[in-house]
Structure formats: structure tokens, C-alpha cells
Design a protein around this ligand. Structure first.
Ligand code: PXP
Length: 236
């Protein structure tokens, strides 16, 4: 399984002081040298962490795969078409949320997703949709033309003891369903050094998108070591 490292929190530290450091681009380079096979950033409407200059610089520097998470709004689609990341991940976005709180409801927002997929696809950008582990959401993503889905692992990560196995089974079912329909299958949200192992065993899932746990560990042991330790788990 590949690691795509979400470096939003590097920008969060910088914006906490409206300072110039730490620099997300530097984090991206260190992560790639340590084995990350992708770099993810979430360009939020309120620009609370990642800024437009970050995605511009990252586009020039990232040598693996640049994935920009964004809402399917006209503003964001225009930025994506200009920056041309390797992949866009469509996510729901609420201004008051601390982090993404659930998958995009593709059943309800099918037209917006279809439009974003077409507009990004015309610019040569792959589109992934962040969805909950629900069959109908997988099918709706396929119908909207998505290239990939990222299954929301948040409910699995948050589930207490016995409920965790049920959440894992839902992810496995959704992953199989997506792979059968020809979608690339990614996963992310809430994954850490302890809970990632069962996800690694789900063979349709080829990439994990992980941010908080790795950057939190990096604050204590360094980014190179934190990335290498997660890459080792994903490859085991
Ligand atoms: N995937 C998506 C769509 C996200 O919004 C986030 C959080 O920005 C992640 C993955 C990473 O989640 P975490 O920071 O909990 O690893």
C-alpha cells in the first residue's frame, strides 16, 4: 500500500503564527525522500492552513503524486485546472468543522461531482471522491465518472472495541465493490500507527491518505523517521 502524506498540519503550524516557517514544500521533499509516494493538501475555502502559493510551489516540486483535496465549487475547480495536480479529491466542506467530518454525499450532489470530474478530466487531472463505506455512494461515484474513491476510515478509527470489526467489514465490502466497478480504491481519515494494520490487509486498497498521526509523531521524532515508520507498516 502506498502512503500519500497529508501535510496540512505543517501549514497549520505556520499559520498559527502567520509566519514563514515551517515550509510545506520542505516537508513534501523530506516525505518523498523517506518513501511517501504522494503528497496531499486540502485547499480550504477559508485558507485556514494551505494557501494558494503552497499548491503552486508544491506543483513545481512534488515528484511523486500531488493530490489536492477540495470542495466541488467553481472557485476550486478553476484553481485545479490552473495548477494541474495529478489528482483532485472531492470532499464535503463545512466552514465550522475542525476536520472533514464524513464522506461526500454523491447521491445528493451527483451533478456537482459529474461537472467537477468532467472539468478536471478535460485538464488531465484524475478525480477521486471521498465517500463513506456505503455501496450506493460507490455506485454513484462510478456513475459520476470518478477515477477513484477514497473510503472514509474515520468511523472505523473512532469505533469502540466491538464495533470496530463491523466498521472494518463495511470498508472491505465497499472496497471490493469499487474495485469490481473499475475504480481505484484509496482510504483515509483517522488512520494511525496502531489501527492501520487491518486496513493494509484489504487488497483492493492501494493507497492510504494519512496526515494527523504522522505529523504528530514527526513533532516528537522527526518527519523522516515518522514517514519511514508508516511506510514500513503499509508495506508489511
Ligand atoms: N482523507 C481526507 C479526505 C481528509 O480530509 C483527511 C484530513 O484532512 C485525511 C484523509 C487525513 O486524515 P488524518 O489527518 O486523520 O490522517
Amino acid at each position: 500500500m502506498r502512503l500519500s502524506l497529508n501535510i496540512d498540519h505543517i501549514a497549520t503550524i505556520r499559520e498559527a503564527r502567520r509566519a514563514r516557517e515551517p515550509e510545506p514544500v520542505t516537508a513534501a521533499v523530506i516525505a518523498e525522500l523517506a518513501g511517501a509516494e504522494g503528497i496531499t493538501v486540502h485547499l480550504r475555502g477559508d485558507r485556514r492552513h494551505i494557501q494558494d502559493r503552497d499548491v503552486e510551489l508544491l506543483r513545481r516540486i512534488v515528484a511523486t503524486k500531488l493530490n489536492i483535496e477540495m470542495a466541488a465549487t467553481p472557485e476550486m475547480i478553476e484553481i485545479a485546472r490552473r495548477i494541474k495536480p495529478d489528482q483532485v479529491t472531492l470532499v464535503p466542506e463545512r466552514p465550522d468543522e475542525v476536520t472533514t467530518t464524513g464522506g461526500l454525499d454523491v447521491l445528493q450532489h451527483g451533478d456537482a461531482v459529474r461537472h467537477a470530474v468532467a472539468a478536471c478530466g478535460a485538464a488531465g487531472i484524475r478525480v477521486s471522491v471521498f465517500v463513506d463505506a456505503i455501496g450506493a455512494q460507490v455506485d454513484a461515484s462510478k456513475a459520476a465518472g470518478a477515477d477513484a474513491i477514497e473510503i472514509n476510515t474515520g468511523p472505523y478509527a473512532d469505533a469502540p472495541g466491538q464495533q470496530r470489526a463491523a466498521e472494518l467489514a463495511r470498508i472491505a465490502l465497499a472496497a471490493d465493490r469499487a474495485a469490481e466497478r473499475g475504480l481505484e480504491v484509496l482510504a483515509g481519515h483517522g488512520l494511525n500507527y496502531v489501527n492501520v494494520a487491518p486496513i493494509v490487509k484489504l487488497s483492493p486498497i492501494v493507497e492510504a491518505n494519512i496526515g494527523h498521526s504522522i505529523i504528530a509523531r514527526a513533532a516528537l521524532v522527526g518527519l523522516d523517521r515518522a514517514v519511514r515508520e508508516m511506510v514500513a507498516l503499509l508495506k508489511s
